[in-house]
Design a binder for this molecule. Structure first.
Ligand code: PLP
Length: 400
């Protein structure tokens, strides 16, 4: 009944409004953000909460970005620039593209939903890989589009365990597909594709199939044969690349993402963009962040070094660590009970990592790479949890 508080204090729903929603939304479960970080922060002890669940930057934002943000605080009564002129200028210069090829978003999450809203639908299904970023299935379903999921490479694959199987994706492509959505490197596996593999996918996709390449972690990708895909945009008008300021640039709170594509794609998507979707502090900070080469270099260097050091430590404890070209590691603990016990034990020690049940990987946890001292705290806590629960890695003894 309307107006009657539930146990949590909210009124009970008056009726089932989902019946009134469009077909795709009816069966849609909203994005699962993982643990309630704010509640955990509030109850954390004297050392504070160690947040290694969201793939945020342990190195924070650039000082130049923070100064640019502060300069916007005197004019909060004004709407932001609906054209995002200053940021687009900086992005066009940094990416070597025209401003007409850029669409700004309130984070790339918004852009990914919009792409599906515009270019997918009942007659235009979406193709993804197993273990793709969780937003792609949501975006497809919200757009009433069928989702075709291609099996990933096996865990036993020598270089890209659980990575995208590009040959299988090419084989599954049909001219009817409205979109292919994939991340390079991928979240949550950390695996990656070479430029040649991406180009093969682009060659296989028909002219009416748009390929969305989500490069949220693209700046961390540093492998031979992995060049910038931005250079492919002129050759393949059906390529859409997204980048974010939430990861490398440490501006997740400001919600700034960008889509780079053919001007025709951008023009159509502009039709559904909310006019002031990126706020002024975000526009200013992102433009400044792009120019802070010293900060960028530090974050890249530290992340890579700490990631490899952390991977060595985790492997030494007997766990399977997926190779990663991102700012996180996907760790397979062998059994879902072990992963759940570790997640609980870490939480009890005020450390948050990301459970992977929602990705169909309940035996895994995803761990963001932190600073040296943060990773040391994590490892110490992991050892304590293992000892306390008498857990052991697969092959090292019996697991709980
Ligand atoms: C692969 C991938 N794409 C997109 C996003 C969303 O980023 P944003 O903060 O720009 O919405 C994330 C965030 O974790 C991600 O992992």
């Amino acid at each position: 009944m309307a107006g009657v508080p539930t146990d949590a204090g909210a009124p009970a729903p008056a009726r089932d409004f989902s019946a009134l929603a469009s077909p795709g939304i009816r069966g849609l479960a909203s994005y699962d953000p993982g643990h309630d970080i704010v509640a955990l922060r509030n109850k954390a002890g004297e050392h504070g909460l160690l947040e290694l669940g969201g793939n945020e930057s342990a190195w924070g934002a650039s000082l130049l970005a923070m100064a640019a943000l502060r300069s916007e605080l005197d004019t909060l009564e004004l709407y932001p620039d609906p054209r995002g002129g200053v940021l687009k200028h900086a992005l066009a210069e940094a990416f070597g593209v025209a401003r007409e090829q850029l669409l700004l978003g309130n984070g790339t999450h918004e852009l990914l939903m919009q792409v599906a809203q515009v270019f997918a639908g009942p007659e235009r299904p979406v193709l993804v890989s197993r273990y793709c970023f969780a937003v792609y299935p949501l975006a497809a379903q919200a757009a009433n589009a069928r989702l075709d999921v291609v099996e990933a490479l096996p865990k036993e694959h020598a270089s890209q365990p659980r990575g995208h199987d590009i040959d299988a994706m090419i084989a599954a492509l049909t001219p009817a597909h409205g979109l292919v959505m994939l991340a390079n490197p991928n979240n949550p596996t950390g695996t990656w594709l070479t430029s040649a593999q991406i180009e093969r996918l682009l060659q296989a996709a028909g002219p009416d199939t748009l390929v969305v390449l989500d490069e949220a972690y693209g700046e961390f990708l540093d492998q031979p044969g992995c060049e910038s895909t931005l250079s492919l945009l002129l050759k393949y008008p059906n390529l859409l690349v997204t980048r974010t300021f939430s990861k490398l640039h440490g501006l997740a709170a400001l919600r700034v993402g960008v889509l780079v594509a053919d001007p025709g794609v951008v023009a159509v998507m502009e039709r559904v963009r909310e006019s002031f979707n990126v706020n002024s502090p975000g526009l200013a900070a992102a433009a400044a962040a792009l120019k802070d080469e010293a900060h960028i270099a530090t974050v890249l260097h530290e992340t890579t070094g700490n990631r490899e050091a952390l991977a060595i430590e985790l492997k030494a404890r007997g766990w399977f660590v997926h190779p990663s070209q991102t700012n996180f590691l996907l760790v397979d603990f062998g059994k879902s009970e072990t992963a759940a016990a570790i997640d609980r034990g870490l939480l009890a020690r005020d450390i948050v990592v990301r459970p992977m049940r929602g990705y169909g990987l309940p035996q895994c946890l995803r761990i963001t790479v932190g600073k040296v001292e943060q990773n040391a705290r994590l490892l110490k806590a992991l050892d304590a949890v293992m000892a306390e629960a008498a857990l052991s890695a697969p092959g090292v003894g019996a697991s709980a």
